[in-house]
Structure formats: structure tokens, C-alpha cells
Design a protein around this ligand. Structure first.
Ligand code: MIG
Length: 687
């Protein structure tokens, strides 16, 4: 592996890169321009060379033709003109004959102009004078991706049950709401692995408290779920409510654990609980303290958590709000011209997440003081490290479910991410597909989007089509915002319910395959979801943005538009079409080229590559009921194939090298069903 490292100035350490053995130090590169307040990279692009990477971003798999920013931002309106989301992932690869990878190790704001202003140039603006730059040279894009993943270390792995179907909704207001959801899944014969429990469970939005009015016996409630092998996953927010007598607040104050303002007093901002302080997660002792608090939830039986608002999101700070109110007051009784009228609205509309808040916040990091703005992207990362290590101290032998909204490269070692507050829009379904490979490239394997969309009102058809996508992503969570149309799979009438049931059960049928594939991607530092262009050397595949490879075996090509009966797609080689339902598997050969493939609402369609086989389980209610001793192995257009299969108890720590089983399936095995070119066979699991 050829990695070159260039240190500019005196960079702030981020712990993103943890393996740097054998790297060559370089002094300079002609594309690096150190300016007064920034470092700018200008990279010439070959015509048509694709750009991969950048992690969580709007836009395509190929990043060309757009601007992007890396600055963790809570913006729930992911419209096309936006440039920043919740994560900051400064890794990209320029494809073409001699692929080049770059990682910009810098925790502040970075902006990318990827062949937008100039079609032949990629420029990066780093908002600071110090950073570490890594340049990765390999023969293929795939090798660059592997090299980068080796540099950043193995991803966090969730327990197997985290890959079950989870329901969620902001606004489940009480114990009876949660029990009602559980019962409705049972009555409607739908599998359910658990519920993500949003801020409504807390007392006045205070972390590590339970509202006992609405949840009189949270522990007992959790036990009711647990006896059916279901899990509750409560949310934790970054801000700690300022409230005398509240233990978390008092301890934080007493030990000087909160982020300061410029006067060295704890910084005050407002989020859900009203006025809050932010734990300074950049300090190890604060991570230890806050991490230990997860014990409160653990003792209630909780085995997974969900960290939110950790960009950190700020609704307003009291001083800025005061100024806004003063401004409004100064206009009182005046006849407003159009400018003052609009500025009045803007003053309030723009109160959230202002740059000045982050400039005011002061961290104590590695013995130095930094304003949050200069290392903004590390905050959620270290909050999630605190959660991971806290749970690890409580139970080192088990994996826990850990999900975070904000992220940075390096955080992938401590938790997964969901893609934040998307909307119930068809375009966001397409975006979900496009984002998966890029998230894998920067180390996130346990990831997925809010199925059905978070904001806005979902239609039955959109939810069904979305389930057909999420059925393949490790995180499968139907989540929606308070005030939007109810979005549980049974809220759209009998027909939609019947469709959703088929698909949700298929998730469990695919679980042995998905679990193995995720952990294999962990072991080999590869992508679980790959753009087709990484595997096929064919001009057509370079432009495909709505089909992906999943593991080494499957291609997926979901329907992401309304009112469709199927879709056109391109087969880069002969494949086997697999149609899956709760109790059916049907197979058909497809030849290389373009074909229209019917895709109904009550099935899951995927395509098996040549000389491959995958296991399909029987449908079941939760991952605990999964029967991996009786699997149907689907064999494609070949007489035999071998699958490298990983499985375990689903919760013990995974260690490398993996112990895997090579399962060889051939035509001569015990056939259960057979068609001319494709067979579905049942084999027993090898001893
Ligand atoms: O300001 O906890 O992204 O999943 O439902 C909104 C309420 C705060 C944002 C999260 C979303 C969650 C919501 N939270």
C-alpha cells in the first residue's frame, strides 16, 4: 500500500487514522496551496473520471457536478440545494486510470467543489491553516477503498438482533402507546424486533430519567418486550438540562465537565429541555462519566441506545434570542418596509445552529482550549465513543446497539449512524440507495435511512417501496416525526398491510446472508454495498446510480418511483432473478443486457450473480427464532458454488480472523424444487 502523509502546520489530532505503519512523509504537493486562513487543494480531473466517497452527503454515488460541505449540521430539510448533513467524512477517491484517494484529517469545516465551478477540477477548501493530508495510491479504486478502511480501523459491529425490523415514531407518548404498537404487530402478523423510544419517554427531556407519569414501570415494560425477544432502544440527547437537583447536571457542574463560553463559564444554549449545558465529550474523564451513566438504562434492561442532537444541534442561545427579541421590539408599531419585514422573519428563522454559537463554545482538548468551530466535527464522535465505552465497561462480552446521528471518520469504530431527518419523498428513497456505498467507504456498516421517511406524510406505496430497499440495509427502522401521518406498516389499509408483511418477513429470510455479508465486509475491509462500476469493467456501469451490488453475490435494483409495475435495468452479466415472499422463492434466468423487470409491491426482487449461492431462511418473527439449520440455498446459473459463511451467537464480540464455513452447493444436492437453469435446494448446515 502506498500512502503519503503530509502534515501542514500543527494539526488538531482526531484519532481518525489509527494504522499508519509504512506511510511515507511528504513535504509538499503542487496541488496544495497554503493560504492565510485556509488550505486549498486543486486537483485536475480527467474527463469523465468518477469521484467516489465523502460519506453522508446528498447527491449521487458519483460525486461529480456538485458542492459539498463537511460540518456536522442538524438540518431536517434535505433539499437538493443543501451541502451539509450530520456527518463529516473527508475521504474521496478520484477514479480513472490511476486512481487516487485522499483523506483530509481536519475536524473543522471543509468545503468541496467537485467539478461544479470548473468541470475539470476538484477543489477542496479547508477552513484552517493546519491539517494532515493523506494521499493513497493504488492500482484500482477497490484497493484504495480497502487501504483507507485499513487506515481507520475496523467498524463497530452491532448484535445480530439489531438487524431485525424495528418500529419507531417520535410521539409514542406512553407505555400504552408502545404496548399498542407491539400488539398491533402481533394482530397483523408482522415481525417486530423492537421499538426505538424517542424523547417522549424522558422526564422534561432530561437524559437518564424516565417520565414515570407516562411510563410508570419502564423496567417492567422492557421485560414485557424482552420475553418476546424484543428490544427497546431509548434516545439520549447531547444537551443536559440546567435544573438544580438534577443529578447529571449537578455532577457535571461540580466536576467542571461542561463546555465553556469565552468567559470560562459553562456555555448555555437551548435544545429540547430548554436551557442546557453540553458535556465536553472531548475530555476522557467526561466520556468516562457520561458513559457510566448509561448504566441507568442498562439496569432497566436496555441493551441499545440512540444518540441524537450531537452535532451538537442548538435551537438558540439566550443572548442571540434576546437580541432577536430586541430587534423585533424595536420594530414594534412601525410601518415596515419590505426589507425590515423579511429581516424580522429571518432573525427568528435563522436562530438555530448559528456559527457564532460554535465559535463561543470552548473545549478543553488534549490540554488546550479550542473553540467548537475549529473541531466541530468531533463532538458527536466523542459522545458516541463515550456510549460505546460505557456499555463496554458494563458488559465487555456483549455487543450493544449503538446509533448516532452526528459522526466523523473514526466514530465508525464506536457506533452506526442513521441518515438523519429525511422526508417521505421518492427522491429520498433514491438518495438512500445512493448513499449506502459512500457510507461503507468511510467505515459505517451498521447504517440505513428512516424507512418511509421521517418528515412529511408517507403514502402506503412509498412505504412499501421503501421497505423493499431497507430490507437489505443493516439498519431497518421505520421512523417518522410527530405530526406526520401514522407510518406503521398497518396504517395504510389491508392491501398495503398484506404487501408489507411479505416484505418484512423476507428481511428475516435474508438475515443469515445479510449478517454474514456485513461481518465479511468488516473482516476484509470491503463494502457491503458496492457501485457496479467497482466490479464490472464496462462503460455502461459507470453511470448507474440506482442499482447496487450487495456483497459478492447479489445485485439489487429497487423501484424508487411511484406508480411503477417494474423497471428497466442493466445486467452486466447473466444472472438469476430471485423473487422472494414470506413463503415463496421463485427463480428465473436473465441474460446480460437491458431488460424490463416486473417488480410487484408484495415481493422482494434481487439478482444472483454467476457461480454464486446464497442461503435463505424460513420466515420468522424475530432474529431469536431464526433457524439457520434449515436453509434453502439458491443456486444460480451454475452447477456448483461456494459461499463463505460467517455466523455466531449474534452477541459475543467478533474477533479477526473470522472463523467461517465454506458451504459448497451443487446441483446434485438434495433438490427441493428445480427449474431448468436454476435450482433451489435445501441442504443441512455442514457440521
Ligand atoms: O429536533 O427526538 O433526528 O430522529 O425523532 C428533533 C426527536 C430531534 C431528531 C432526530 C429524530 C428524532 C427527533 N430528533
Amino acid at each position: 500500500m502506498s500512502v503519503f502523509r503530509m502534515t501542514i502546520g500543527n494539526p488538531i489530532p482526531t484519532q481518525a487514522i489509527i494504522h499508519d505503519e509504512g506511510f511515507s512523509a511528504i513535504e509538499n504537493r503542487p496541488y496544495v496551496h497554503a493560504l492565510k486562513d485556509s488550505v486549498v487543494l486543486t486537483l485536475a480531473l480527467e474527463e469523465g473520471a468518477p469521484i467516489w466517497g465523502l460519506g453522508q452527503q446528498l447527491g449521487g454515488i458519483n460525486k461529480r457536478g456538485r458542492v459539498y460541505g463537511a460540518y456536522c449540521t442538524d438540518d431536517p430539510h434535505h433539499t437538493e440545494d443543501k451541502t451539509t448533513l450530520y456527518g463529516a467524512h473527508n475521504f474521496f477517491v478520484i477514479g480513472g486510470k490511476k486512481p487516487l484517494g485522499f483523506y483530509i484529517d481536519f475536524p473543522g469545516r471543509v468545503q468541496y467543489d467537485v467539478a461544479f465551478t470548473d468541470p475539470d477540477q476538484l477543489s477542496v477548501t479547508i477552513s484552517g491553516t493546519s491539517c494532515t493530508l493523506y494521499e493513497i495510491q493504488e492500482d484500482t479504486v477497490k484497493d484504495v477503498l480497502i487501504a483507507f478502511r485499513k487506515m481507520i480501523g475496523k467498524p463497530y459491529l452491532p448484535p445480530k438482533w439489531a438487524l431485525g425490523y424495528f418500529q419507531s415514531r417520535w410521539g409514542y407518548a406512553s407505555e400504552s402507546d408502545l404496548l399498542g404498537v407491539k400488539a398491533a404487530f402481533e394482530t397483523n402478523d408482522l415481525p417486530l424486533e423492537g421499538i426505538y423510544v424517542d424523547i417522549d419517554y424522558m422526564e422534561a427531556f432530561k437524559d437518564f430519567t424516565i417520565d414515570t407519569q407516562r411510563y410508570p414501570d419502564f423496567k417492567g415494560l422492557n421485560e414485557m418486550f424482552q420475553k418476546d425477544n424484543q428490544y427497546l432502544i431509548p434516545i439520549i440527547d447531547a444537551g443536559v438540562k440546567i435544573e438544580p437537583g438534577y443529578a447529571l447536571y449537578e455532577e457535571g457542574l461540580q466536576h467542571d465537565y461542561f463546555v465553556k463560553n469565552k468567559e470560562q463559564a459553562p456555555y448555555v444554549a437551548a435544545v429540547w429541555p430548554g436551557h442546557v449545558h453540553f458535556p465536553d465529550f472531548l475530555k476522557p474523564e467526561v466520556r468516562k462519566w457520561f458513559g457510566d451513566w448509561y448504566q441507568f438504562l442498562y439496569d432497566l434492561g436496555i441493551r441499545g441506545i440512540w444518540n441524537d442532537m450531537n452535532e451538537p444541534a442548538i435551537f438558540y442561545d439566550p443572548e442571540t434570542l434576546e437580541k432577536a427579541i430586541d430587534y423585533a421590539t424595536s420594530l414594534k408599531g412601525k410601518a415596515l418596509d419590505i426589507h425590515s419585514f423579511f429581516s424580522l422573519g429571518d432573525v427568528f428563522r435563522n436562530l438555530s445552529n448559528q456559527l457564532t454559537y460554535y465559535e463561543t463554545m470552548q473545549h478543553d482538548y488534549l490540554g488546550q482550549t479550542y473553540s467548537n468551530d475549529t473541531l466541530h466535527n468531533l463532538y458527536g464522535y466523542y459522545m458516541t465513543q463515550a456510549a460505546y465505552e460505557g456499555l463496554e465497561r458494563i458488559n465487555p462480552d456483549q455487543r450493544h446497539l449503538i446509533l448516532s446521528r452526528a459522526s466523523h471518520v473514526g466514530m465508525h469504530r464506536y457506533g452506526g449512524i442513521w441518515t438523519g431527518d429525511n422526508a417521505s419523498w421518492w427522491s429520498h428513497l433514491a438518495l438512500n440507495v445512493q448513499m449506502m456505498p459512500s457510507l461503507n467507504m468511510v467505515g459505517f456498516l451498521f447504517t440505513g435511512a428512516d424507512t418511509g421517511g421521517f418528515g412529511g406524510h408517507c403514502s402506503g406505496e412509498l412505504l412499501t417501496r421503501w421497505l423493499q430497499v431497507s430490507v437489505f440495509t443493516p439498519l431497518l427502522r421505520n421512523h417518522s416525526a410527530i405530526g406526520t401521518r401514522d407510518q406503521e406498516p398497518y396504517q395504510f389499509g389491508q392491501r398495503v398491510l398484506d404487501h408489507n408483511r411479505e416484505i418484512m418477513y423476507v428481511r428475516y429470510r435474508l438475515l443469515p446472508y445479510l449478517y454474514s455479508t456485513m461481518i465479511m465486509a468488516w473482516e476484509y475491509d470491503t463494502l457491503m454495498f458496492k457501485p457496479l462500476a467497482l466490479e464490472f469493467d464496462d462503460d455502461r456501469v459507470n453511470t448507474i446510480e440506482d442499482q447496487l451490488l450487495l456483497g459478492d453475490e447479489l445485485m439489487i435494483a429497487p423501484v424508487v418511483l411511484p406508480n411503477q409495475k417494474g423497471r428497466m435495468l442493466y445486467f452486466p452479466e447473466d444472472m438469476t432473478l430471485i423473487r422472494l415472499k414470506k413463503d415463496q422463492i421463485s427463480l428465473a434466468p436473465v441474460t446480460k443486457g437491458d431488460h424490463f423487470v416486473p417488480y410487484a409491491l408484495d415481493e422482494v426482487v434481487c439478482f444472483l450473480r454467476r457461480n454464486k449461492t446464497i442461503p435463505i431462511a424460513k420466515a420468522c418473527q424475530t432474529s431469536a427464532d431464526l433457524d439457520t439449520n434449515h436453509l434453502t440455498w439458491v443456486l444460480g446459473q451454475n452447477q456448483a458454488a461456494t459461499f463463505e459463511w460467517y455466523d455466531d451467537d449474534g452477541q459475543s464480540q467478533v474477533t479477526s480472523p473470522l472463523v467461517t464455513t465454506h458451504v459448497t452447493i451443487s446441483e446434485t444436492d438434495d433438490f427441493q424444487a428445480s427449474e431448468k437453469l436454476c435450482q433451489s435446494i435445501v441442504v443441512k448446515r455442514p457440521e
